[in-house]
Each structure stands twice: as structure tokens, then as C-alpha cells.
Design a protein around this ligand. Structure first.
Ligand code: EAX
Length: 329
């Protein structure tokens, strides 16, 4: 005999109430893994922790983000590969390795492309940046938004860098980024691309003389312990991205898709606020830890020394596209 509708309704009701009382979610909860290359106490760490909190709240517990820090699930290139093939659900990463997946994004890695943080954020949040995000789904990746790594500066263990010629002959770790490598060679640097997770040890052992990174990264990774000299070259603005596996994205309801996008937006707000906070105090902090900091860098000289590669970048990306970003107001 089929149980009466009343009996079925009662059974479901009792099940839901008991689940509620026992604290277990009444609905199935899907767990997703998210990985970053930096420590939790960093401009990336605050972003992914906010993202996790917001996703669980905005989906009423239907989704739970499990965060991994300091490259626990791999370096940035591995994380992007993992998101692409589905072995990792989400990552927050710099655009360093991105040209290997979405070549069009490489235009953003051109040295001295952006004037300041306000302009960089406006370009990325505006039509130019949003159009670039649309290039990701065809590669199996959904970009939930532009986060921020920051303006990159040069550090090394050999001598102070005041002018481009001071870089000549230095063995510098670079990101696995073809634009950076091409440009840094023009400075006379001997580039050694490697994952960030290997950088501290490489500097400690003297495998490389130096590296370049935003103040937020230099601080979070405690690079003052293995680097003596810092020059505020600000030679490249390094964007970051929140990337999600497209298969996982496609499974989300329309409501939950919006919840993930809104959570990414909140994460990016705290990420950028932490960069602003780090930028305001990192120089004094690093000096107090013994770093020799050159603040008054003649950026025009560094930019002028790159003239030959700018000609090549103009051909590769279209000078009008570069100028559109450079002149963006
Ligand atoms: O994204 O590889 C790098 O130098 C990056 O700036 C770092 O992993 C943070």
C-alpha cells in the first residue's frame, strides 16, 4: 500500500527539523577546493577567506570553500592547469603564468603600461578588462573577476639599483611570463623563470641574485630575510584573477552563479584594500628589518631603456591597443 501524502509530508518535515537541530545542513553541501601561492596572512589570503565566507553565506550553505595557502596544492601554473582540467575547483593567481593559457591577457604584463593603482583598477573593471575575462571560458576556465597583486619592484642581494645599468648581469628570478622575460633581458638581466614557491630557497642558496614582486608579496613571503636591496622600480603592474573550473561553474544554478560573482566582488574589495594598506607601511617595515631601499627611482630611464622591446610589443599587440590602455582615464 502506497504511504499517504500526509505520511510522506510528515516524514520530510521531521527529517528537515531533525537535520536543522543536529546542525547538519538540510540540503546537500558541495565542498570546493581553492589554492593560492601565498601565506594566509597576505593580500591573497584575506581575499580567499572573504570569498569562502561569502559563498557559504550567500548560498545558504549549499557550497563550502576549503582554502589552501602557500602553494599547498601547487604553484600558480599548476593551480591554473588544475582549474582547467578540473583537479582544482578555484584559484586566486597572478597573471604571471596566464599567457600560457590565454595569450591575449599578456598585453597587461607590458612594463610601465599603467600609471597608478587607480588607473589599473579602472582598466580592469572597465570594458578592456571585462572583455579579456570573456576569453577564459573557451579554455575551460571561468574568470570570476580581476583581483590584484600590485606594482612589482626589484630586489637583489648584490648592490643597490638606482639606474637600469645597475641591473646588468644580475641573475634574477622571473615569473614564467614571456613578456617579462623579453623585457627584463633588455635591462641586461639574466632571467631565471621559476614558480614562486621555489623563490625563497633559490634566493637563500644564491641560485639567483634577485627577484621582482609587489611590496605585498615581498612582505608576506618575508623576502627581507634573503634580500638586502630593494628598488621601487614599479616596472610592471601585476594583476591577479579569481579562476574557477568551468564544469563546476556550469553546475551552479543561476542564483548560485550570482552568489559566486558577488562573493568574488567582495573578495576583490578586501584584496585591493590590503594592497593599499601594505603599500602604506611596507617600506618603513622592510627598512626596519635591514633592507636598503631606493625610493627615488628614475622610472623614465628604466622605461627608455626598454625602447627596442616596446617596438616589438607594438607589433605583437597592436600599438593602438597598448595606447588605449596607457591613455585610459
Ligand atoms: O602571485 O610568482 C610571483 O612572483 C607572483 O607575484 C606571486 O606568486 C604572487
Amino acid at each position: 500500500m502506497r504511504p499517504s501524502r500526509l505520511f510522506v509530508a510528515l516524514a520530510i518535515g521531521i527529517g528537515a527539523v531533525s537535520a536543522l537541530l543536529s546542525g547538519t545542513p538540510a540540503v546537500a553541501q558541495t565542498a570546493m577546493k581553492m589554492n593560492i601561492s601565498l601565506a594566509q596572512n597576505s593580500h591573497y589570503g584575506v581575499a580567499v577567506d572573504t570569498f569562502a565566507k561569502e559563498v557559504e553565506r550567500r548560498t545558504n550553505g549549499r557550497y563550502k570553500i576549503q582554502n589552501f595557502y602557500a602553494g599547498a596544492l601547487g604553484a600558480e601554473r599548476e593551480s591554473i592547469e588544475g582549474v582547467q582540467i578540473g583537479t582544482l575547483d578555484i584559484t586566486l593567481t597572478s597573471t604571471g603564468p596566464i599567457p600560457n593559457f590565454v595569450p591575449e591577457v599578456a598585453i597587461l604584463d607590458i612594463p610601465f603600461l599603467f600609471r597608478d593603482y587607480a588607473q589599473a583598477r579602472a582598466v580592469l573593471d572597465g570594458p578592456i578588462g571585462q572583455d579579456l575575462l570573456q576569453k577564459f571560458p573557451a579554455k575551460g576556465i571561468v574568470a570570476l573577476g580581476w583581483a590584484e597583486n600590485g606594482f612589482r619592484h626589484m630586489t637583489n642581494s648584490k648592490h643597490a639599483v638606482n639606474a637600469p645599468d645597475d641591473l646588468r648581469g644580475l641573475k634574477m628570478r622571473t615569473m614564467e611570463n614571456p613578456i617579462h622575460i623579453q623585457a627584463y633581458k633588455q635591462f641586461g638581466i639574466l632571467p631565471t623563470p621559476m614558480a614562486f614557491t621555489e623563490v625563497f630557497t633559490a634566493l637563500q642558496q644564491g641560485t639567483v641574485d634577485g627577484q621582482e614582486n609587489p611590496l605585498s608579496v615581498i612582505t608576506a613571503a618575508k623576502l627581507d630575510q634573503v634580500q638586502k636591496y630593494l628598488s621601487l622600480t614599479g616596472h610592471v603592474y601585476s594583476p591577479a584573477l579569481i579562476l574557477m573550473n568551468k564544469g563546476q561553474w556550469d553546475k551552479l544554478s543561476a542564483l548560485d552563479k550570482q552568489a559566486f560573482l558577488d562573493s568574488a566582488r567582495e573578495a576583490i574589495k578586501v584584496n585591493r584594500a590590503r594592497v593599499d594598506e601594505d603599500e602604506g607601511k611596507a617600506v618603513a617595515d622592510l627598512r626596519s628589518k635591514g633592507m636598503n631601499v631606493v625610493e627615488a627611482v628614475d622610472k623614465a630611464k628604466f622605461q627608455a631603456s626598454l625602447a627596442p622591446v616596446y617596438a616589438e610589443f607594438g607589433k605583437r599587440f597592436g600599438q593602438e591597443n597598448i595606447d588605449r590602455i596607457r591613455n585610459y582615464r
